[in-house]
Design a protein around this ligand. Structure first.
Ligand code: HEC
Length: 202
């Protein structure tokens, strides 16, 4: 720009640049410094691009489809968390680790008399052990819900659907899964022959 071989014309704001000796039909090319606003815009875009890349590509920011997916997951979690009707297996499973639901189920378990037949800690009395891997009626959460709702064994396992709301039964199911995950309790050995069937594998 300040090349001594080139002369500065100095004949007006647009003609201040260094003469480049590129003439064509009387049109001369001059090497003008870009104006400040242009430089600021240029460096600004670079700074912005670095910030953008750091945040969205290597940082916590989520782009388009990923952002949408994350929002849908959140939405479904929220819906499932507040759902009160009978839930699907896919809705129940993520809730099986929800501390509030587990606590609500535990309170009900004692209150409505499950403990009388299955033991205070679910290790089994008249009713079967709920902490082993053996499930008479299946280890899916909807299957457990169905046993609770409709009962089994001609009422030896009493139906709860007229006494409890579906959400109460969801919470009981969630609590039972949490017991089962915790496994055997000291002093209450689990029959090894019963460990082979239908384990809770979620
Ligand atoms: C009067 C005793 C009794 C009460 C009260 C009772 N159960 Fe049961 N429960 C049983 C018996 C007996 C069975 C096994 C039925 C069968 O084999 O057909 C059973 C089975 C079950 C099963 C299925 C276990 C499996 O291996 O598939 C679940 C789950 C269960 N009960 C949960 C509960 C919950 C939750 C409550 C409280 C709402 C409850 N039970 C209350 C006696 C009882």
């Amino acid at each position: 720009m300040s090349d001594p071989q080139h002369q500065t014309t100095g004949t007006g704001p647009d003609l201040d640049g260094t003469e480049l000796h590129h003439d064509f039909d009387g049109i001369r090319e001059l090497d003008n410094d870009p104006p400040l606003w242009f430089n600021l815009l240029f460096w600004g875009t670079l700074v912005w691009a670095i910030g953008y890349a750091l945040h969205y590509h290597w940082g916590p920011g989520k782009l388009g489809g990923d952002k949408w997916k994350a929002e849908m997951v959140q939405l479904n979690e929220l819906k499932a968390k507040n759902a009160t009707g009978p839930l699907t297996e896919a809705q129940l499973r993520p809730l099986s680790t929800n501390a509030e639901r587990i606590a609500a189920g535990k309170a009900l378990y004692g209150k409505v008399g499950c403990a009388a037949c299955h033991g205070a800690e679910g290790a089994g009395l008249i009713g079967p052990n709920l902490r082993d891997k053996y499930w008479i009626y299946g280890s899916n959460m909807t299957e457990i819900y169905d046993v609770i709702a409709n009962g089994r064994g001609n009422g030896t396992m009493p139906a709860q659907k007229n006494a409890l709301s579906s959400d109460d039964m969801n919470n009981l199911t969630i609590y039972i899964i949490s017991l089962n995950r915790a496994g055997a309790i000291p002093g209450k050995a689990i029959d090894p022959a019963r460990e082979k069937d239908n384990p809770v594998n979620y």
